[in-house]
Design a binder for this molecule. Structure first.
Ligand code: UGA
Length: 438
């Protein structure tokens, strides 16, 4: 019965395109709406405008069934019973807070097309209180509709898996009816035994930012330990392994290195701090300022190691940067620590050449003045130093003896603690890694 429901997805970026294709794969009729005609044209042809393993095939397959369509015409949502709002909430240009203009515009634009009994479901990450105020607004402009919040926890690189087999479903609702509708949509996922958490609107919004803040804290914690290890002559990788065996701590997200980036963790912790301040709870989240500072310091620490290895003046040196994306299996370069480090070294006068398996084009669009190489071997040719900054499998598979024949100096810095140190050293390399003393 639930398959008779028609869904709309507003905003067809990372989150929206994934959600639309996944919901279609569950058997729903889905219309995706976006203001960008180029994106809509690509998606309508079944082509993904970004890289995400598995989503390309799923999208093509769903478009072919005819269940999944895309349009720039917002009136197309008028057939739908449930409307998922998946637009971006980037950091605002003039501060730490999130820019809510896209979310507000999305809800306002669809309001005139909402049919009796329909449900608007926000999935975008928003500051706590947003859902309640959007719902109050909607009650005035479209009293026939209701609004709920259903935060998304998908990771780039695992988007399909995280949408279809999430580790929990969280719904913020103001009444039983909204919960029932969402239960119908997610019925096949609930049937897998997925935990279902009903919350009020503010708690649902908070769950999302609390989860991302915790993850950011875990990463900065281990990077703080890396700093102490460096000062004390310890090894953070051994430390992480040892503490991770305690199930209360857990071993995941304890990979020390150049820290977190991307379109979520950095901006989410900043927006959370800004919101807490507005709510008069500034002190409660003061620690996130330090989490942010530790994270940004990791980038600086790599640059210090480079200067230490080469010279204060970098103008005579070629530095090969392996990795531009904020993490592997993604082409996303938003707030990428790797790219930030490359930019800073370039600005310091070094001859920086960057390679990435999927991120060269997005990186070039952002920084057209940087130099890029089409392959890792091309990138390292004649290099005085190699920086390994995004842990793609391709880089772990490099043969240090072969790479040794291409470079000028056999120096490598592993910014992700992902390479086999002994293997590189046995091939004659000077090998440094963050948080590991030699
Ligand atoms: C993150 C969350 O993990 C998702 O649950 C959430 O849904 C998503 O944000 C979002 O808010 O939309 P994502 O941005 O895809 O997902 O990336 P993560 O896998 O969390 O990695 C974030 C950054 O932390 C990367 O730059 C990664 O290299 C870094 N990281 C991760 C570390 O430096 N060390 C680790 O141990 C783990």
């Amino acid at each position: 019965m639930s398959m008779n429901l028609t869904l709309s997805v507003i905003g067809c970026g990372y989150l929206g395109a994934t959600h639309a294709a996944c919901m279609s794969s569950l058997g729903f009729k889905v219309v995706g709406v976006d203001t960008d005609p180029e994106k809509v044209a690509m998606l309508s042809r079944g082509e993904l405008p970004f890289y995400e393993p598995g989503l390309d095939t799923l999208l093509a397959q769903e478009v072919k069934t005819g269940r999944l369509t895309f349009t720039t015409d917002f009136s197309a949502v008028s057939d739908a019973d449930i409307h998922f709002v998946c637009v971006g909430t980037p950091q605002s240009k003039d501060g730490l807070a999130a820019d809510l203009s896209y979310v507000k515009a999305a809800v306002q634009t669809i309001a005139p097309f909402l049919k009796e009994g329909s449900l608007v479901v926000g999935k975008s990450t928003v500051p706590v209180g947003t859902a309640q105020s959007l719902r109050a607004e909607l009650t005035k402009t479209a009293p026939q509709a209701d609004l709920a919040w259903n935060p998304e926890f998908l990771r780039e690189g695992f988007a399909v898996e995280d949408t279809l087999t999430p580790n929990r479903l969280v719904v913020g609702v103001a009444n039983d009816r909204a919960e029932e509708i969402l239960k119908q949509v997610y019925e096949p996922i609930i049937a897998l035994g997925t935990p279902w958490i009903r919350a009020d609107l503010p708690t649902a919004e908070l769950v999302k930012v609390a989860a991302n803040s915790f993850l950011a804290t875990k990463i900065s914690f281990i990077n703080a330990m890396a700093e102490v290890c460096e000062a004390a002559g310890g090894d953070v990788t051994v430390l992480a392994k040892a503490i991770g065996y305690d199930p209360r701590i857990g071993s995941r997200f304890l990979q020390a290195g150049i820290g977190f980036g991307g379109g979520c963790l950095p901006k989410d912790i900043r927006a959370f701090m800004a919101r807490a301040q507005e709510l008069g709870a500034k002190q409660a989240l003061e620690f996130l300022r330090e989490i942010d500072a530790i994270n940004l310091r990791a980038r600086q620490r790599v640059i210090d190691v480079v200067r230490n290895d080469l010279s204060e003046d970098l103008t005579q040196y070629k530095i090969a940067v392996l990795g531009a994306t904020f993490k592997p299996d993604s082409d996303d370069v938003r707030d990428s620590p790797a790219l930030d480090i490359a930019v800073q070294l370039h600005a310091a006068g070094a001859n920086v050449v960057i390679h990435d398996p999927k991120g060269i084009e997005p990186a070039r669009r952002r920084f057209p003045n940087l130099n890029f190489a089409d392959s890792a071997t091309e990138c390292v040719k004649g290099a005085d130093l190699i920086l390994h900054l995004t842990e793609w499998k391709e880089y772990r598979d490099l043969d240090p003896s072969l790479i040794a024949q291409l470079v000028k100096n056999k120096i490598i810095i592993d910014g992700r603690n992902a390479l086999d140190r002994e293997l590189w050293r046995s091939a004659g390399w000077k090998f440094h890694a963050l948080g590991r003393t030699d």
